[in-house]
Design a protein around this ligand. Structure first.
Ligand SMILES: Nc1ncnc2c1ncn2[C@@H]1O[C@H](COP(=O)(O)OP(=O)(O)OP(=O)(O)O)[C@@H](O)[C@H]1O
Length: 246
């Protein structure tokens, strides 16, 4: 059995007095792919942002490789090197070339030499079919290309876990497939541990080992994906899947 890499226990999150997440419990094993699904506003983004410190959780515990995380800024910085994240909005630095966007983290955070960082960037860009774009600026790229660069930027830090938050939501339909293929390959070839927030149900069904179904900040299901898509345990999940068909 694969080792547990990340565990969340009784995580609660408030914005001011409003509770957003309620006693969230789950874990993920090495190489596992979790799809985090649920209606708009159910707390999916908030939850994954809590996993690498982009949001502070109010109460609860986070364990990484069996070690309880003490949420200090220094510890979050370390965690962020192990948990890469890609967003809907790419978040590339517009004033930097593709290459500089990618090497920034390895050089500044991981103190790699520039030549090592450039080597990593070149190898990863080749892998996503963008080897010719080293000196290009983000504004010269399509949405799909920007998203592939954002994935490469996260991978350049050699993360143990990748979080994907609606990474295809801003893309034109013809761009979606290329990005999803890369994520799929990361799972199949690299055995990458991943948590994916998506509205692409077909993709979630193809790639996920397990589904966490969230509604109003509660995990209603933590179900093997084969079962979730064919025979969900809850009425709410069945309604949700039905609504996603249109
Ligand atoms: N910075 C914030 N301040 C206050 N409330 C917030 C903040 N960010 C999110 N929320 C609220 O938290 C709830 C969960 O939002 P979240 O974005 O996590 O949901 P989601 O499931 O990812 O939704 P979507 O699928 O639409 O992206 C929503 O009610 C939202 O309004």
């Amino acid at each position: 059995m694969a080792k547990e890499i990340l565990r969340v226990e009784k995580l609660n999150k408030f914005y001011a007095k409003q509770q957003i997440l309620y006693d969230v419990d789950f874990s993920i094993a090495q190489g596992e792919v979790l799809a985090l699904l649920g209606p708009s506003g159910s707390g999916k983004s908030t939850l994954i942002r809590c996993l690498n410190g982009l949001e502070e959780f109010s109460t609860g515990d986070l364990f990484f490789d069996g070690q309880k995380m003490v949420p200090t800024e220094k510890n979050w910085q370390q965690i962020r090197q192990k948990i890469g994240m890609v967003f809907q909005s790419y978040d590339l630095f517009s004033n930097l070339t593709v290459l500089e966007n990618i090497v920034l983290g390895p050089i500044k955070v991981q103190k790699k030499s520039r030549s090592q960082a450039v080597q990593i960037a070149t190898r990863l860009l080749k892998r996503v079919g963008l080897a010719d774009y080293l000196q290009t600026y983000p504004r010269q790229l399509s949405g799909g290309q920007k998203q592939r660069i954002a994935i490469v930027r996260a991978l350049a830090l050699h993360p143990e876990v990748m979080l994907f938050d609606e990474v295809t939501a801003s893309l034109d339909p013809e761009m979606v497939r290329g990005v999803l293929e890369i994520i799929k390959e990361l799972s199949e070839k690299d055995n990458m541990t991943m948590i994916i927030v998506t509205h692409e149900m077909n993709f979630a069904e193809q790639i996920a080992d397990r589904v966490l179904f969230l509604e109003d900040g509660h995990i209603l299901e933590n179900t093997p994906s084969k079962q979730f898509f064919v025979n969900s345990q809850t009425e709410r999940a069945r309604e949700f899947l039905e609504s996603m068909k249109f």
